[in-house]
Write a protein of this length. Sequence first.
Length: 240
Amino acid sequence: GIMGTILTAQNNKSSKSIEDALGVLIQGFLKGGVGSFLKGGSSSVSAEIRVGVSHAFVFCFKCLGQQWVERNLSVVISQVFELVTSPKSGSTHTEFVCARNSVNFILSAVLGRMLREKSQLAACKELVASLIRSQSQLEGGGSAGDLAPDLVQHWQVCALHQLGYLARRLGTVMTSLISDTSLKLLDTVFSCLLSASPAVRLAAASCLRDTCVSVPSVLTPLIDKSVEAMEKFKSTPEAI
């Protein structure tokens, strides 16, 4: 089965083989249906199948172990990323929301409960980097190979949710990331408040709240920044 493939790849220390095996789970999540792991699947995937595949993802990462996950954070995040950024993730808003919930479940279980503190900080950096890339794509209009804006926004919601979740778990340890001027964590999250998507704006606000609770010292600077932004963008519909 797929677990045998993953464990064999793990023993052979083949990241590529593991990615291929996880790709089978991704196809099951996106296509669903009886025999969909080997065949084309159906056009609509039941919520039950997606819940099952989500648990399978978590189980796979647990079998691969903490050290593997920590060494391959970018692989883990990019593989889970596909569950919500594929056009096959859903045909209705409700289906996309369910896909987002699945992604948040997987990442919360892996990033929040499997990683040590140092690796959780590294995961935060990965999430911020993905937000910066997604913001650049949305602001630049994108290219032919880029994701559609609505798919990018679904991932942004997940990334912001996970960033806030990790901030709650890390507490004042987050100070090192906030003070890292090259990372621009707060500026990046703050920029998402002007997103065209209400879900992204709410996720960004929630993330900032979690960060302020974890690191109270950033509350006053953020209030000042919010007041300045409200004054600067008072004629912008999104800001209002």
